[in-house]
Design a protein around this ligand. Structure first.
Ligand code: IFM
Length: 460
């Protein structure tokens, strides 16, 4: 097995999860800094205050990223580091950090793929209503302009929002993520609508201000439906499930509710039937602004939902086998999502795809020989990559894969207890220790996938 020539092997992380230094050099507070002080909000009272101290240790980290052999590193810029109050004036020291980081990566042959927003919303703007305030569209566009004007001569790949489903839904509906709110549905829909509008406006700003011809995408969450059996009826049901919007409380994990406006310029019909009446008045007038042409569709894929054809062929969630394999986060191990997900996304949105995140939290610790034998992560990733390769073989236009994550980091409400890294980070000493999976991924990259199993033993 070999991946197509030019396939982009990458690795990813995000500012709040690794940088730390939340009070250094004039950085302003963000909603996650605030949530971390709320008792019980984050496991063990952990916070991103120090995280992996990447802000100070980035030269060492860049060496580890480069030695992994990746062609691309997906990073995010911290909005409150660049604009401490969320708006001008610019914090020069904060912006300089990204200058240095980008230069360090490029000098080692690694292309920076920059996400503008990976959840660290400036607290000062939250106090003015956050994403619920339509002014958020302009705030985000102005911030994007500052970043693109500085980095757009060296950065070519841009992503606007990371997983809007999560910061909208988990942040404003269930309240388990920052800013920790529990709005009613019309308000959550308004938050989502403003985030989509901000995405569209930012795409325009990137195109207007980047010196290098930009390639622009986004990185939504991709909970992928897949057929419970290979029957044509189940395949068709899973395909229609991608276009659907769950009626329950967790409607916001829908792919189509977010991606249809962005790519197709309309909200999906099923969602409109369910709660179109709760959308902000005049939402139709914003759709053209939301649907800016994109160069690629990034998607973060970990898990999904088996779907069977129910009554009249309608999509129905199918149960998983009792005792199904799962990761430390309790997420099912279901490589099918990287086979069917890209195929369905390609059919519906017709854009080049990049898997902007995939990986797993595992029970990692330093073994007595001083190494981290994370066989579960290796097995997980081998299975997912094999499925992805098969999807490409079926015509899905997938051009790259970014493993989440380069190093163990602050896993939001789970704190540091969930380790997603290819590199182990000792939270006492900040020592970085490459895990077995780091060396294994090096080989995958070096062989362009040739070392992967052609037919992995079925999961049980
Ligand atoms: O750590 C997160 C990341 O910030 C967004 N996508 C999922 C990852 C694992 O939960």
């Amino acid at each position: 097995m070999r991946f197509p020539d030019g396939f982009v092997w990458g690795v990813a992380a995000a500012a709040y999860q690794i940088e730390g230094a939340t009070r250094a050099d004039g950085r302003g507070p963000c909603v996650w800094d605030a949530l971390c002080t709320r008792p019980g909000a984050v496991f063990g009272g952990h916070s991103g205050a120090t995280a992996c101290d990447h802000y100070h240790r980035y030269p060492e980290d860049v060496v580890l990223i480069a030695e992994l052999g990746v062609k691309a590193y997906r990073l995010s810029v911290s909005w409150p580091r660049v604009l401490p109050s969320g708006e001008q004036p610019i914090n020069g020291a904060g912006l300089d950090f990204y200058d240095r980081l980008v230069d360090a990566l490029l000098s080692r042959g690694v292309k920076p793929w920059v996400t503008l927003f990976h959840w660290d919303f400036p607290l000062a703007l939250q106090q003015r209503g956050g994403w619920l305030n339509r002014a958020s569209v302009g705030w985000f566009a102005d911030y994007a302009e500052v970043v693109v004007r500085r980095l757009g001569d060296r950065v070519q790949h841009w992503m606007t929002l990371n997983e809007p489903q999560c910061f909208v839904g988990l942040g404003h509906s269930s309240g388990v993520h920052a800013p920790g709110l529990r709005y009613n549905r019309p308000d959550v829909l308004r938050v989502a609508h403003h985030a989509l509008l901000a995405h569209g406006r930012a795409v325009q700003v990137i195109r207007e201000n980047a010196k290098l011809k930009p390639l622009i995408g986004w990185a939504p969450h991709g909970s992928m439906p897949y057929p419970a059996t290979p029957s044509e009826a189940d395949v068709q049901a899973a395909r229609t499930a991608l276009a659907g919007v769950p009626a329950g409380e967790q409607w916001y994990f829908s792919t189509s509710w977010f991606a249809d406006p962005v790519v197709l310029g309309r909200y999906p019909e099923e969602g409109l039937r369910l709660f179109g009446a709760e959308l902000p008045a005049g939402f139709e007038r914003d759709l053209a602004q939301i649907a800016q042409p994109l160069d690629f569709f990034g998607v973060n894929v970990y898990q999904g939902q088996p779907i069977a054809a129910g009554e009249n062929g309608r999509a129905a969630a199918a149960p998983r086998t009792p005792g199904y394999p799962h990761t430390m986060c309790d997420w099912p191990v279901e490589p099918e999502v990287l086979y069917w997900g890209p195929r369905f996304l390609h059919e519906r949105y017709k854009l080049p795809l990049y898997i902007t995140e995939n990986g797993c939290a595992a029970m990692d610790w330093v073994h007595q020989d001083g190494r981290i034998h994370d066989n579960a992560r290796i097995d997980y990733t081998a299975r997912y990559l094999t499925a992805l390769h098969a999807a490409i073989g079926e015509g899905a236009d997938v051009r790259g894969y970014f493993h989440w994550s380069i190093m163990d980091n602050f896993e939001w409400a789970e704190g540091y207890r969930m380790r997603f890294g290819l590199i182990y980070v000792d939270q006492r000493t900040m020592e970085r220790i490459p895990k077995d999976s780091y060396m294994w991924y090096q080989q995958v990259i070096l062989s362009n996938g040739a070392c992967l199993p052609a037919n992995p033993v079925p999961l049980r």
